[in-house]
Design a protein around this ligand. Structure first.
Ligand SMILES: NC(=O)c1ccc[n+]([C@@H]2O[C@H](COP(=O)([O-])OP(=O)(O)OC[C@H]3O[C@@H](n4cnc5c(N)ncnc54)[C@H](OP(=O)(O)O)[C@@H]3O)[C@@H](O)[C@H]2O)c1
Length: 243
């Protein structure tokens, strides 16, 4: 089949993705910080799906190391999915410069720099799929999460440019824009059930989007229309809303 690299493999969505790709016969490379916590997943995935599973240590904010990390990674994947993300607390990030820096490095700079290295490899091999998990939060900045949101906006635009660059190289780029997902990132938040996806549903949508070479997907699907409305609220009104 193929080999998929999951960047941020301890995330609830990435764990569900490991099952989707494993069940389809893909070998798996699980990259995460404190990656030893993935040893049990590794054994389970290997037995369950009879695929190769390797676990790699990776801190996406270790910017100077990202190029070397990928250069020394063997064997190389043919699908790479960036699932890594950090919501953080907006007020904390406003008050603490280091925390704001961490939000940008985790959600934008780190993922984009690593995917850039991977893109060069895929482009040269003339094959591959790159998928980035962004967010609907990147579609319009609001006071409750604009540091996270603006990093995701940058990440979406990065993926858009990458897709344009690689369109003629047989390398496909998928942008995923989830709305709410019931994961440890949103634990304790009062999320509206009809608009909230389970990680397994999101993973199915992502798997399908990679297989069908979709460009941009929203998950759950209705977020495409919700965001179309939100994007069209006139700024004089939008700036006064308590969002
Ligand atoms: N949940 C939502 O409602 C929602 C909505 C829109 C978009 N998203 C996006 O969906 C993706 C998956 O998130 P999720 O909901 O599954 O949340 P999650 O379980 O909290 O996953 C985020 C993952 O990112 C990893 N991470 C954070 N900083 C890292 C670093 N410096 N180096 C390596 N890994 C790092 C975390 O690692 P640790 O496990 O070690 O902490 C965690 O496993 C993220 O990109 C998120 O922004 C989520």
């Amino acid at each position: 089949m193929g080999r998929v690299l999951l960047i941020g493999a301890k995330s609830d969505v990435a764990r569900a993705l490991a099952h989707e790709f494993g069940a389809a016969g893909y070998d798996l490379i699980l990259a995460a910080r404190k990656s030893r916590e993935l040893e049990r997943d590794r054994a389970d995935l290997m037995i369950r799906y009879n695929v190769g599973v390797q676990v790699e240590e990776l801190d996406i904010t270790d910017l100077e190391q990202l190029h070397t990390w990928y250069a020394t990674l063997e064997p190389k994947p043919d699908t790479a999915i960036s699932v890594v993300g950090l919501l953080g607390v907006q007020e904390e990030a406003q008050a603490d410069w280091q925390s704001a820096k961490r939000a940008y490095e985790t959600n934008l700079t780190g993922p984009a720099l690593l995917l850039e290295t991977i893109a060069a490899d895929f482009e040269q091999r003339n094959e591959g799929t790159i998928c980035g998990i962004s967010s609907v939060a990147g579609e319009r900045g609001r006071k409750s999460n604009y540091l996270y949101g603006s990093a995701k906006a940058g990440f979406s635009e990065y993926l858009s440019g990458l897709r344009n660059r690689l369109a003629k190289s047989n390398v496909h780029v998928v942008t995923v824009k989830p709305g709410f997902i019931d994961t440890k990132m949103t634990e304790g938040m009062p999320l509206p059930a009809p608009l909230t996806a389970q990680p397994e549903q999101v993973a199915k949508d992502i798997f399908k989007a990679c297989m069908k070479k979709k460009n941009v997907i929203y998950t759950l699907w209705m977020w495409r229309w919700i965001m179309a409305i939100i994007r069209n609220i006139p700024e004089p009104i939008f700036k006064k809303l308590d969002l």
